[in-house]
Design a protein around this ligand. Sequence first.
Ligand SMILES: [Fe+2]
Length: 233
Amino acid sequence: MTVSYDWIMNHSGLPWLKLDVQVPTKEIYEELKNAELGDNVIYGESGYENYPPGTNLQEAGKIEKWTGFVLHGIDAYKPRACANYGYENEDDAPYQWTDRGEMCPKTKQFLIDNIPCKRFCRVRTQILGPGGFLNPHTDSDVSGLGLNISSPPKTRYLMLAAYWPKEVEFKLDEKVLPVEEGNIYMFDISKYHAVYNRSPEARWALGISADFSESHEWEDLVVRSYQKYGANA
Ligand SMILES: [Fe+2]
């Protein structure tokens, strides 16, 4: 059966899809770690799964477990959606490779060569520290792969699992997804999802958003990925 790109992305109801891309994971992880200069941006609340009632969460390091920095975006310290920085329209946001992105030349080249987009938007590290977790939440009110409420539908969000200890659990709609280090995924994040890091090490992912309009190469990649992996989702 031939399926269309539009059906896969917007109507299939797939909760997730792994992309058919070979990732030089070790090189990427090494570069990302070297570009971490100890001044990560705190993304938001995270914490310990079973902290006792009454714990002072700030003291317990609750808000320091979910951090990162920007490789491509407005600058290395502006990880959030462009509306937070005064750009209402993503097309007007001056996204570019940041100094941190330039510190990761293999990662940058890998993305340029393997993610066929019209334009990268935000590429940022997503570091979830040991014991950290992201509470169940949604990021889109429309169902579809890679849709995010903070971007127009031509922009889709991907996640590259750069370092993923086996005790890290990614839950989507109460199902545990078999995320494997060195793979890139799209999710339907209109569904509730949560991440728990029960390992003693930090989990590293790259969150990649890009404008995929007018990219036939991208559409071919999605169709090929669906044919290869769609039945697993
Ligand atoms: Fe999310």
